[in-house]
Design a protein. Structure first.
Length: 95
């Protein structure tokens, strides 16, 4: 079952998502420096970190692959919207 997290180039964003019986907090943010890129942290509803620093890469079928079985049975995909159209470059490369 895929989980789709909406992201925009507006900067850091936190959303709560119901995953089965649990409510999880997804935080997207931009890491500046020599390796500038967008990242995702996942926390439980008590703010306990479950996964930190997942690279947000458009077109990857499951961003959770290789991060253990925290969300076993789920896939995480990056869905980027610019206006009303899907666009892989909508996040941009800077803040």
């Amino acid at each position: 079952m895929p989980i789709e997290i909406p992201v925009t180039a507006a900067g850091e964003r936190t959303v709560s998502v119901n995953v089965g019986p649990e409510s999880l907090i997804f935080r997207t943010y931009y890491a500046e420096g020599p390796d500038q890129h967008w990242l995702l942290d996942i926390r439980d509803d008590q703010e306990k970190p479950l996964i930190s620093g997942i690279n947000l890469v458009p077109g990857v079928n499951n961003l959770l692959k290789g991060h253990g079985d925290i969300l076993d049975g789920y896939q995480l995909r990056l869905v980027v919207y610019r206006g009303s159209e899907k666009a892989l470059d909508a996040l941009g490369s800077t803040m």
